[in-house]
Every structure is written in C-alpha cells, then in structure tokens.
Design a binder for this molecule. Structure first.
Ligand SMILES: C[S@@+](CC[C@H](N)C(=O)[O-])C[C@H]1O[C@@H](n2cnc3c(N)ncnc32)[C@H](O)[C@@H]1O
Length: 348
C-alpha cells in the first residue's frame, strides 16, 4: 500500500481559500438583494451613510440593512468607518450604473438563478437527460440579458460591426438582419437603434423571452418564436448569433439553416463566449465562470434538444470552425475579442 505525505500547510491554504469562496457564494445573494432593493443605487454618490439612513432611503428594515452592510464591508464592496458605510465611486460604477461596461449585478442575477436549479442538474448528471433553457426561472433569462447587454452596448456598433467586411455600409443604407437566439433582444434593439434604415428580426425558440423582447421593441424590431434550425426568411444580409450557438442541440443544422437564409454575399456574425482551444488555456477566472455556467445551464440546454451536441460554453475557435465548415461555410475570421467574447465573421 502506498503512503502519501500530507503537507498540512497546503491543506490549510486550501481550506482558507475555500472560506473566501464560501463568503463569495453567499455574497452573490447579497448582491442580488442590493440590486433588487436599490441599496447600491441609493449609496452611489451619497457619501458615508448609517444603516438607518440607507434603510430610510430605500424603505427597508434597518436591522437587515445593517447586517447586509457589515457583510458588504467584510467583502470589500463598501468601506466602513465610525458607524458609516461608503460605496466607492469605482464600485458604484460596477454595482449601480446599469449602463456601465463594468455593470455586474446582471451577472449575479444569472449565476444565482443557475445555482438555484442545482438539484435538477444533479439529477441530470445521473440520467444524462437535458434541462432546457426554458426550464429555468425568470431570473436566469433576465439576468442573462443584463449580464451581456453592457458588453454589446459598448462593443457591438462601435467595433464589432465595423470590423466586418462591408457590413456597416449595408446597414446604414438599409439591410435585412436576423438575430437568432436573441433572448430578450438586447443585441437586436442596440443594432436597430444604430441603423434605423435596416430591418431587424429577432428569433428565439423560448416564448417567454420573445414576449419580453416584444414588449421593449416599440416597433424598432420584430420578434418571433422560431428555432435556429427553421427561422423564417431568406436573403438576409446579416445573421447574428450572440452567445447562443453552444446552447443549441444541433448547431450544425442551425449553421446550415443560417447559410441557406443568408444572401450569397451575406455575413454571419458569430459571437461566442471567449475561450482558448485547449482546457489548459481556459484554466483562469473567466474560464472558471464559463465552465461552471456551462455545467449548470449551457450543456444541459444543448442535451435537452435533438442531437445534443453539447459544444459547451468553452468550445473555442477551432471547434466552432468545425461546426461552420460542416454547414458549408468557407471562411471564418476572428475580427475582435473581449475578455468575455470571441467575435467571428463567417462567410459563405
Ligand atoms: C445564453 S442565451 C443568449 C441570449 C441572447 N442572444 C443574449 O445574448 O442575451 C441563449 C439563448 O439561446 C436560445 N436558444 C437555445 N436553443 C435555441 C434554438 N435551438 N433555437 C433558437 N434559440 C435557441 C435560448 O432560448 C436563449 O435565449
């Protein structure tokens, strides 16, 4: 029998790190509470507040607010001195300004919703069955939109579309665009606002998301329930898919349908979570978040649909190239990237 020497310092370091993670796990719920009840927004620019002052400003209970503030101070989200708590301006940008590129509460809303569904996923590990996107809760759908929207708002029309060959000129003149797997339609509406001469259609198989997108659309775009494998229309100048191809059960059929729906000189803007091609390249904080959300949401979503290819959120460019090539596309170029997204131009 082999004996193994245990390094106690390593055990202690691992446990102490896990204690930080326990705090972070619970803090995720506290961020959602702070966002939902307007606690961060009330603290933004307000200087040093007592729990009573914050509770009065937000019509909440002082005792709860005091406990929440102490947890926020212990985690470094707010500062504490002499019985008063301050939200630093830099943290306010990330916690209270919905339009900031650093806005975080949407991500916490999405991730906590994913965590709430853990029992369903543990069952699926045993059965191998899928869990569809539609089988999660409203917070997952809304959190997803609020998580991705800041990135689209600050990149899509400023740098991603201009990086595509000839597409921006077409959009300014009047082009036909399909945004497939559009969810709540954040990307569709950002593009529709920037290029009013063009016609924007958003498609998603999830009825509740299409209803939410339609409510916001105000005639700027049209939304319809349809899957990526059979959305209506032909001759599109641009088809976009934002952070959704890997959620689909049959991304090759979806890509083939996109190929058929595009005009001969059309472009597919394929945006996927940032990833390297190897596991080693993704063993970093962003990869950790994406592998985890992929375990809880994306992989089960794909497995719930026909074929169940389960690309996973960290598929990487080489694997995506296999998919688009199998569907008959001949060119794929990385035109941009952010810490969170790969931006690919795909042409027939
Ligand atoms: C991670 S969300 C991204 C939503 C949106 N594109 C965004 O960036 O906010 C993935 C979306 O893909 C949609 N989806 C999954 N499988 C689909 C399919 N086969 N056809 C169309 N939409 C699909 C889901 O309903 C969900 O709205």
């Amino acid at each position: 029998m082999s004996t193994q020497t245990i390094d106690e310092a390593k055990v202690n370091a691992f446990v102490m790190n896990a204690v930080s993670e326990l705090g972070a796990t619970l803090n995720a719920a506290l961020v959602v509470i702070g966002d939902r009840l307007g606690l961060y927004k009330a603290m933004a620019g307000a200087g040093a507040l007592t729990p009573r002052e914050l509770a009065d400003r937000t019509q909440t209970n002082e005792r709860y607010v005091r406990e929440w503030l102490n947890a926020q101070a212990a985690g470094g989200y707010v500062t504490y001195a002499d019985g008063r708590y301050t939200l630093p301006a830099e943290h306010a940008m990330a916690l209270a300004d919905e339009n900031s590129p650093a806005f975080l509460p949407g991500a916490f809303q999405l991730m906590t919703a994913a965590v709430r569904d853990e029992p369903k996923i543990a069952e699926a590990f045993k059965s191998g069955a899928g869990v569809g996107w539609h089988q999660h809760s409203h917070d997952l759908f809304e959190g997803c939109e609020r998580f991705f929207r800041p990135g689209y708002q600050h990149n899509l029309t400023q740098s991603w579309i201009p990086a595509l060959d000839g597409v921006e000129d077409k959009l300014r003149l009047g082009a036909r665009v399909a945004d497939v797997g559009c969810g709540h339609g954040a990307s569709t509406l950002i593009m529709a606002d920037a290029y009013p001469a063009s016609d924007f259609r958003g498609f998603d198989y999830h009825g509740e998301s299409i209803a939410a997108a339609t409510q916001k659309a105000d005639q700027r775009a049209w939304f319809e329930v349809a899957s990526a494998q059979d959305f209506p229309g032909k001759g599109y100048d641009l088809v976009t898919t934002f952070d959704c191809l890997h959620d689909m059960g049959d991304p090759v059929s979806a890509a083939r349908h996109i190929r058929e729906a595009l005009a001969d000189d059309g472009t597919w803007l394929l945006v996927e979570p940032f990833a390297g091609d190897t596991v080693e390249e993704n063993l970093n904080p962003v990869g950790r978040v994406y592998y985890a959300v992929s375990t809880l949401v994306c992989t089960p979503a794909s497995l719930s649909q026909e074929v169940g290819l389960a690309l996973g959120a960290q598929a990487g460019e080489a694997r995506l190239r296999d998919v688009v090539t199998a569907a008959g596309f001949t060119r794929m170029t990385r035109v941009a990237e952010t810490p969170f997204n790969l931006v690919l131009e795909v042409r027939p």
